[in-house]
Design a protein around this ligand. Structure first.
Ligand SMILES: [Zn+2]
Length: 205
């Protein structure tokens, strides 16, 4: 009888440990899966490494930073795979939380609670969600599908992190880099884009 009680206690203890483990895993997964259905985010997290993102946790989010890939005609998944390949160590360190493709597809590359390496300044990276956008040609102008997804994603991020359109900035605003090129050359259109960003309502949450 005592043996049975001991066995039962051991089984209960093991089950408790498993339950805690499962709940921790689902908590981590939660950081990447609470997107509204409308955004159609595909989560394809890249390898964590000294060249992609090292797992450092983000501080308070102060900005959403918009970039362009500077690789005309390339797809979102190709850019995601490029980031992933950097983990093998090619002397380049780079990543971004999201890449938006030419068909408006959104790929998540870095967990939302981790620092990405996109803005060229660690102090900025530590307080930013970063978005790379694909573009058809060298002008860097985003097509309507990319722009539409960018608007929706930025709107959702502004709501999630209690940001205003003033907190949505270009890579150019961080370091002066010519990125995203078209919106650096056309500040009036950049302002118009920011004005068009309306946080999504609670629909789909
Ligand atoms: Zn950039």
């Amino acid at each position: 009888m005592i043996t049975l009680v001991i066995i039962a206690a051991v089984v209960a203890a093991v089950l408790a440990v498993v339950a805690v483990k499962v709940s921790i895993d689902s908590k981590n997964a939660g950081a990447t899966t609470d997107f509204p259905k409308e955004l159609n985010v595909q989560t394809m997290i890249i390898k964590q490494s000294d060249f992609t993102y090292d797992g450092e946790k983000l501080g308070e989010i102060q900005n959403v930073v918009v970039h362009y890939t500077a690789n005309p005609g390339s797809s979102a998944v190709a850019n995601r795979n490029y980031f992933n390949s950097l983990a093998d160590g090619h002397g380049v360190s780079a990543s971004a939380h999201f890449i938006i493709g030419l068909d408006g597809e959104i790929i998540q590359c870095v967990p939302l609670d981790c620092v990405s390496w996109a803005n060229g300044k660690m102090e900025s990276n530590r307080h930013s969600i970063t978005i790379e956008c694909c573009h058809p040609d060298d002008s860097g102008k985003f097509n309507e599908k990319t722009l539409s997804s960018l608007r929706a994603l930025v709107g959702w991020l502004c709501e999630k992190y209690s940001l205003t359109s003033d907190d949505v900035i270009r890579h150019y605003d961080v370091t002066g880099k010519d990125c995203p090129r078209y919106f650096v050359a056309h500040p009036d259109e950049w302002q118009a884009f920011k004005d068009s960003v309306n946080p999504l309502t609670s629909q789909g949450k």
